[in-house]
Design a protein around this ligand. Structure first.
Ligand SMILES: [Fe+2]
Length: 193
């Protein structure tokens, strides 16, 4: 069998301090304005966007595509911060493909991984550096940074998994992570009642 150029092994180098790998193919930045509908305090969203529209998170991608596979890595760096009393978080998504899982590896910081099914099952994993979570197929996933510094995690998945943001954009997750008396707590999302 003649191998194509893309069928040879390759490597990328991860920078633990930066939370990035090199080379990277693509970078996406999301600011408060990109996540406006995700936060429950719309007055706080408006104030943040008008003020400086701060960066919430960045994702760096690398696709290890071969002629027979489509593994990919993403690394996400979520800044510390809140909109109102709600901690900075990723947008969150289901996979379009119903047979596609994902592995998330928290390399820095602390927070929560929120997961839920379309039938209303909900799970939250508390994260510290070193926590590795397996997200089974059919579970939506979102990461929340409750720490004082950046939260960084690496994701391993197949490109064919795809992203379905529809339900999350419409109503968010079943629970939100907010600050109460200086502590991060999970509360029911009133928009989903
Ligand atoms: Fe995913």
């Amino acid at each position: 069998m003649t191998l194509k150029k893309e069928d040879y092994p390759i490597r990328v180098q991860y920078d633990w301090e930066m939370g990035e790998f090199f080379p990277k193919e693509k970078m996406v930045q999301r600011k408060v304005s990109d996540l406006a509908m995700m936060f429950h305090d719309q007055a706080a969203v408006k104030a943040a966007v008008t003020d400086s529209d701060p960066l919430v998170y960045e994702i760096f991608y690398y696709g290890f595509k071969t002629s027979k596979s489509d593994m990919a890595l993403g690394t996400t760096r979520i800044q510390p911060g809140k909109v109102g009393d709600e901690y900075y978080m990723t947008k969150g998504h289901f996979h379009e493909a119903e047979d596609q899982p994902e592995i998330y590896f928290c390399v820095k910081g602390e927070g929560y991984l929120l997961m839920e099914t379309r039938d209303g099952e909900f799970e939250a994993h508390e994260w510290t550096a070193g926590t590795i979570s397996h997200i089974p197929p059919m579970w939506a996933h979102r990461v929340v940074n409750t720490g004082k510094g950046p939260l960084v995690f690496v994701a391993s998945y197949h490109l064919s998994a795809g992203h379905d943001y529809g339900q999350i954009e419409a109503g968010g997750f079943l629970k939100r992570v907010v600050e109460r008396d200086g502590k991060a707590v999970l509360v029911l999302n009133e928009a989903r009642k």
